[in-house]
Design a protein around this ligand. Structure first.
Ligand code: ADP
Ligand code: MG
Length: 292
């Protein structure tokens, strides 16, 4: 492509809400084989809501929600906000927490009224030596529906399994289908559990799922998709995924995410509408093939 056609393509992209931050990004996009999407906040709205609370026998709903909301009020994770606002609308005050710790990719922990409270993924409670028992099958059933199960243990015993649901964007399935019809392979990378990830992927038409990836593992997951020859574009909202945006052959950030993400990206989308990803590929293809 000539410098002029690149300029024209870049300008047209900007009108459609796609900013090519680097001159060669328009060309780099043309060579891409695989488009890998982050799940939370990219394919989904990123605004989960609490949908389920399944309590252990003999524990009070208010006490559990108060302890869990106490911990989550100190966390910045989108899951945390879902729990805190649900407790709030039930009129349940968050408990006072000491020794709060966030465990990225796992969950949160702290102490409430002399008892240790653990809240997070099943792998987190397993790691901390808590037997999940029957709650595991409840959690699995919730995950089958595309909800994320959150396990809560108080004083060394399972107290509840909660679930949050984060709706998929209306633009996700059409964008995935359009990318596939351009001949691209589409994948999803997420820290969420495998069953939830697969259910969400099925809703948007993605077969290729890499789940239970720790925040530091997104780069390795991308490198696995690259396999040396495949060129991979990564689309993320920037929460936990700035390193992946930087290591991808083309990093595509949703501009409504974090500033770090925008800096790490080659392409910035001016809205969360995933149709803009298709526009980016479309304009890149037309420019490189010299079609007006
Ligand atoms: P992603 O944003 O890709 O879904 P994360 O790496 O942020 O994944 O989190 C992975 C998993 O860790 C979540 O699905 C959840 O099970 C658990 N988790 C992380 N932070 C919290 C939290 N504050 N409260 C409850 N669970 C959490
Ligand atoms: Mg995300």
């Amino acid at each position: 492509a000539t410098p002029t056609s690149i300029m024209v393509g870049t300008g047209r992209a900007a009108e459609l809400g796609v900013l090519f931050r680097k001159g060669d990004a328009l060309q780099a996009l043309h060579g891409v084989d695989v488009v890998a999407f982050d799940k939370t906040g990219t394919l989904t709205e990123g605004r989960p809501a609490l949908t389920d609370v399944h309590l252990a026998g003999g524990v009070a709903r208010e006490a559990v929600l108060s302890a869990v909301a106490g911990l989550e009020s100190l966390s910045e994770h989108p899951i945390a906000q879902a729990v805190v606002s649900a407790a709030q609308s039930d009129g349940i005050a968050p408990a006072d927490v000491t020794e709060f710790t966030a465990h990225p990719g796992f969950g949160v922990s702290g102490w409430v009224s002399g008892k240790q409270v653990l809240v997070g993924a099943d792998r987190f409670l397993n790691r901390e030596g808590i037997a999940i028992g029957d709650f595991g099958s409840h959690g699995a059933a919730l995950a089958q529906q595309g909800r994320t199960p959150i396990y809560a243990a108080i004083g060394g015993h399972m107290a509840a399994v909660l679930a949050v649901a984060d709706p998929v964007k209306l633009s996700a399935a059409p964008a995935v289908a359009a990318l596939q019809s351009l001949g691209l392979r589409v994948a999803m990378i997420t820290g969420d559990n495998t069953a939830t990830a697969r259910a969400i992927a099925a809703q948007v038409g993605i077969d290729d799922v890499v789940a239970e990836v720790l925040p530091a593992g997104k780069v390795a997951a991308l490198e696995a998709l690259q396999k040396g020859t495949e060129r991979v574009a990564f689309v993320g909202d920037g929460i936990n995924d700035a390193p992946a945006l930087a290591v991808a052959d083309v990093g595509i950030a949703i501009g409504t995410g974090t500033d770090v993400a925008v800096e790490a990206a080659d392409v910035v989308l001016m809205s969360g509408d995933l149709g803009t990803v298709v526009s980016a590929f479309d304009i890149s293809g037309r420019t490189l093939r010299n079609i007006r």
